[in-house]
Design a protein around this ligand. Sequence first.
Ligand SMILES: [Zn+2]
Ligand SMILES: [Zn+2]
Length: 180
Amino acid sequence: MEATDHLKASLLAAIALANTFGSTWRQGRPAAEPDTAAVDAVLRLTTNQAVDSDVSQWALGGRRLYDALVFLPEGRVDEAVEVVNELLKATKAAPQLTRHADAPWHLHFGDPDSATGWIAEFVTATAALLGSNDIHRLRRCEATRCEDLFLDSTRNHTQRFCSPPCQNRTKVAAHRSRTT
Ligand SMILES: [Zn+2]
Ligand SMILES: [Zn+2]
């Protein structure tokens, strides 16, 4: 895996962690209380390693990541930067070459065995997004009763919904309002 691929995977994990702790509505339903399984699912987006997924270790970082990212679709980049810089400092994010068992050396931005280390990694991935042309790809779902953030992966930047269920709900609602 290329170093930049790893950071890309960590960005997707960062957005997923932000949604897990920051969204109050997700895909039409009130957000579930985050549990260990939810955090594990986030981590699997970027690592196969076992990490302590005691929910309390992730809650504050997840919420602050959401606070930062949710500014972007509104074009409030300076405010996002403020939160990201604060998180970089708080998690002591710093590049370090790490090796797990017999795997090759690769770059991490925090201790890969701890929640704080992964949040440092996620914040670094978010910081890389803020400094790139992809910053406009970070969107908030346009469906009602959904606050999830997502990275628009379409070539012409036209993705409006976080997921097919949200797209379908919106379509059905629009159809209903036309026919009644
Ligand atoms: Zn690693
Ligand atoms: Zn949605």
